[in-house]
Write a protein that binds this ligand. Structure first.
Ligand SMILES: [Zn+2]
Length: 145
């Protein structure tokens, strides 16, 4: 799912939360629900050794188009990228840290809603497993080198 789609959906989720939560917590939730995708940019920097955000965005859009044209079998053979904030492991890590610093709980919730939204797109593509487990996507990344 594109960051702007997350941004729009999560804006609508965040607004009613303003009635029940402190605004700072709603802001933390809202920003973390789409800024989690900064890991895509970090992946691009790691992979292409380039810092251009604009080129990174275009690179991912082109990759996504190719990805959507593939069959599920082709996608399985294809090397996957890995996103360091996407998966149960980083989610669990943030949850544990939130016991020591409470505002991180809203980062956890932002990441959680983001992953659910990503899964809506990944389940039909049969790529949900790599989005759910960071360890699985890292394993696949280095296995298919
Ligand atoms: Zn995402």
């Amino acid at each position: 799912m594109l960051p702007k789609t997350h941004l729009i959906i999560n804006l609508f989720i965040s607004l009613p939360l303003l009635f029940i939560l402190k605004p700072i917590y709603v802001l933390i939730f809202f920003f973390s629900s789409f800024l989690i995708d900064v890991d895509h940019y970090l992946y691009y920097v790691f992979k292409k050794k380039d810092l251009s955000l604009k080129i990174a965005y275009k690179w991912f859009l082109a990759k996504k188009d190719k990805w959507l044209e593939m069959s599920p079998e082709e996608r399985k053979k294809h090397k996957h990228s890995f996103m360091i904030f996407h998966g149960i492991e980083p989610l669990f890590f943030v949850l544990v840290l939130s016991f020591f610093y409470q505002p991180l709980f809203f980062v956890f919730l932002g990441f959680l809603i983001h992953l659910f939204e990503d899964l809506i797109e990944d389940i039909p593509l049969q790529t949900a497993k790599r989005k759910l487990f960071l360890s699985y996507s890292i394993y696949n990344y280095f296995k298919k080198k």
